[in-house]
Design a protein around this ligand. Structure first.
Ligand code: ATP
Ligand code: MG
Ligand code: MG
Length: 282
């Protein structure tokens, strides 16, 4: 009760920051929760995640609730506990639902293939006129792929409240480094906390039954920190994450080719870890 007015003013000021996604997909939930528009697929993922080693690295799932006749997934609000949070949403992996595949030979930045790094770019600009890739585009909402999209569509909100979602021109490792530095305003301790967390996430992912048996597409790492240097990273958005067939597993590092369902998640994460570690240590 003592903290009530404090919480109210915080909530008012920073009430629910939603970076990515359709604005209509979210509603504020009961104290400490957010409601995400129901999808059967994401519900199934969260149910499984609650029994997996990844449990504490994703928002806790509290079941389905109804608002105005519509079903929602009730999730723990990850912003809870932060004071004036800065938030960054990074999609991870080489595949994305809105991403059109680009063969290495057609990439605008071929150097990146020999030295894959974190790439943030607009996923909607590509090569729709290529028949082979167009087939993917039409055939399935999940097949868009590029070997250089290891991390993309970053949106972020900084301490001063400014929000950026346009990272069309953020492509090279140097540019991504600048985005990260700017996000933490040069704070090394926050970067070190992020690094430790990312390394922990990588370890846990490598032992997760859920991760082994799912193709993870369009999922993000959500980075949150505040001026008290509280910092954490969570895995969010399992709307396009689907189970593999019985017995099939992914390396999440191998290159995608038609039919293998590799998503490049760990490839992207490896690159992110090395980028963040360069920033934390330079
Ligand atoms: P898209 O598929 O376009 O990426 P989406 O509709 O599937 O979006 P999410 O990616 O799950 O939605 O979430 C969108 C944004 O909402 C995130 O970038 C983040 O800012 C915020 N968000 C989502 N879940 C949570 C949560 N549990 N706690 C706090 N913030 C969240
Ligand atoms: Mg998302
Ligand atoms: Mg989504």
């Amino acid at each position: 009760i003592v903290h009530w007015p404090f919480i109210v003013s915080q909530r008012k000021r920073y009430s629910w920051i939603q970076l990515a996604g359709h604005k209509g997909n979210f509603k504020a939930g009961e104290e400490g929760t957010v409601l995400k528009k129901f999808s059967e697929n994401e519900k199934r993922c969260f149910e499984r995640l609650m029994g997996d080693v990844l449990y504490s690295f994703v928002p806790a799932y509290h079941g389905i609730v109804e608002r105005e006749g519509e079903p929602y997934l009730q999730l723990t609000d990850l912003l809870g506990g932060f004071n004036g949070p800065c938030v960054m949403d990074c999609k991870i992996g080489v595949r994305h639902p809105h991403c059109i595949p680009i063969p290495p030979s057609l990439s605008e930045t071929p150097a990146l293939h020999t030295h894959p790094s974190l790439i943030i770019r607009d996923t909607r600009t590509a090569y729709p006129s290529l028949p082979h890739y167009q087939r993917h585009l039409i055939g399935s909402p999940l097949l868009f792929y590029s070997p250089i999209f290891l991390m993309l569509c970053v949106s972020l909100q900084k301490a001063d409240g400014t929000c950026s979602t346009d990272f069309k021109r953020t492509k090279t490792q140097e540019q991504v480094t600048l985005v990260f530095r700017d996000f933490v305003e040069g704070n090394k301790r926050i970067m070190e906390t992020y690094l430790a967390k990312l390394e922990e996430i990588r370890r846990v992912l490598e032992s997760s039954e859920f991760f082994k048996s799912h193709e993870v597409i369009g999922s993000s790492l959500l980075f949150i920190h505040d001026h008290n240097e509280l910092a954490n990273v969570w895995l969010i958005d399992f709307g396009k994450t689907t189970p593999l067939s019985e017995g099939q597993t992914l390396t999440h590092r191998a290159e995608w080719c038609e039919g293998n369902r590799e998503d490049g998640y760990l490839w992207g994460l490896d690159n992110m870890v090395s980028l963040v570690s360069n920033i934390a240590r330079d």
